[in-house]
Design a protein around this ligand. Structure first.
Ligand code: NAP
Length: 282
C-alpha cells in the first residue's frame, strides 16, 4: 500500500482533467473494512479502489455488484450508489486484456497457460475466458487451491465455453504445454524485486523449462518491478514478445477513473508517464 503507484497515476490524471478531487492511499485492516466504507460514504467519497488483501471481502459489503465482479467474487473498484451503499466492479480484467488485445486481437484457436492461481490469476483467467482461446491451462503448486480455483471460475460458464485445465507444477505434461503455448502469463510473485534467492529460482516454474521456449510464444508477466523481470529477459533473448504488468496497472486505473468520473476520455498517457517517473525514482 505504501508503495502503491495508484495515487501518483490518478492524481496526475485528475489534474489534467480539471477535477477538483484527490486520490489517496488509506491503510485498512480487515476488521475495519466495513466501517471505513461507511465513513467514506458519509464524507461523500466519489469512488475507491480496493487492493489485496481486501478484494474478496469487500465484494460482500457492496450493495450491488457488476456481473463481472459477481463472477469473480472480487472487487477492486467501488462507486457510490445514488440511494446509498456501493456498487462493486472489477477493472483488473479490462486492465489485463488491454495490452494483449491491442497487439493480438484474435486469441481464438490459441493456447494459453497461466502460472499461479491466486487473486490476480482470477482476473487473468476471467479475461482469457472472454477472448475464447482453445485451451487454458492453469498451473499451480497445490491441488487444494488449484482445483477449487478452476471449478469456481468454470461455474456458470456456457457449456460450449473453453474448459479450464488444472495442472500441477510437477506434472510431466507441463513441458509440452509450455512449448505448445501461444501465451504464458505469470501471476506468481516469482521475479519481483523483493524476491530473495533463498525463496527459490528467479524464474516461475524454475530455470530449465524455458530453455526450449518457442519464439512465437507471448510472455506476459504481471510484475512490473523490476522491468523487465528475469523471466521476461529470458523470453526476450529467445525472441518472444513480452509484456510486463505496468500497462495492466495503468489500464485498470484508467477504467476505474472512467467509472468514477463518467468521462470516457481518460489521459492514459499522463497516468503511464506518472507511473514510470515514480518507478524510476524508487
Ligand atoms: P496471490 O494471491 O498471493 O497469488 C500468488 C500465486 O502465486 C498463488 O497461486 C501462489 O501459490 C503462487 N506462488 C507464490 N509463490 C510461489 C512460489 N514460490 N512458487 C510457486 N508458486 C508460487 O498474489 P496476487 O495478488 O495474485 O499477486 C501476484 C503477483 O501479481 C504479484 O507479483 C503482484 O505484484 C502482481 N500483480 C500485478 C498487478 C498489475 O496490475 N500489474 C495486479 C495484481 C497483482 P499458493 O496459493 O500455493 O501460495
Amino acid at each position: 500500500m505504501s508503495h502503491s503507484l495508484s495515487p501518483v497515476m490518478q492524481n496526475a490524471a485528475l489534474k489534467v482533467m480539471g477535477l477538483d478531487w484527490s486520490f489517496m492511499a488509506l491503510p485498512c485492516s480487515a476488521d475495519d473494512l466495513a466501517s471505513v466504507l461507511k465513513g467514506l460514504e458519509a464524507v461523500g467519497c466519489r469512488g475507491l479502489n480496493v487492493t489485496i488483501p481486501h478484494k474478496q471481502a469487500v465484494s460482500l459489503l457492496c450493495k450491488e455488484l457488476s456481473p463481472l465482479a459477481q463472477r469473480l467474487g472480487a472487487v477492486n473498484t467501488l462507486t457510490p450508489l445514488p440511494r446509498g451503499g456501493w456498487h462493486g466492479h472489477n477493472t483488473d480484467v479490462e486492465g489485463f486484456l488491454a495490452p494483449l488485445l491491442q497487439n493480438h486481437p484474435d486469441w481464438s484457436e490459441r493456447r494459453a497457460v497461466v502460472v499461479g492461481c491466486g487473486g490476480s490469476a482470477r482476473a487473468v483467467v476471467a479475461g482469457l475466458q472472454d477472448v475464447n482461446p482453445s485451451e487454458i491451462t492453469i498451473v499451480g503448486r497445490r491441488a487444494e487451491t488449484l482445483e477449487p480455483f478452476c471449478s469456481s471460475l468454470q461455474q456458470g460458464r456456457p457449456t460450449n465455453a473453453v474448459r479450464l485445465q488444472p495442472l500441477l507444477n510437477n506434472d510431466p505434461q507441463l513441458q509440452t504445454r509450455i512449448q505448445q503455448a501461444d501465451l504464458v502469463v505469470n501471476t506468481t510473485p516469482i521475479g519481483m524485486s523483493s524476491h530473495q534467492p533463498d525463496q527459490g529460482p528467479a524464474l516461475p516454474l524454475g530455470e530449465d523449462i524455458w530453455n526450449n521456449l518457442s519464439a512465437h510464444t507471448v510472455l506476459y508477466d504481471l510484475i512490473y518491478t523490476p522491468r523487465p523481470t528475469p523471466w521476461l529477459q529470458r523470453g526476450e533473448t529467445l525472441g518472444c514478445r513480452t509484456y510486463d504488468g505496468l500497462e495492466m496497472l495503468v489500464q485498470q486505473g484508467a477504467a476505474a477513473l472512467r467509472r468514477w468520473s463518467g468521462i470516457d476520455e481518460i489521459p492514459v498517457d499522463v497516468m503511464r508517464k506518472a507511473a514510470l517517473k515514480n518507478l524510476s525514482h524508487s
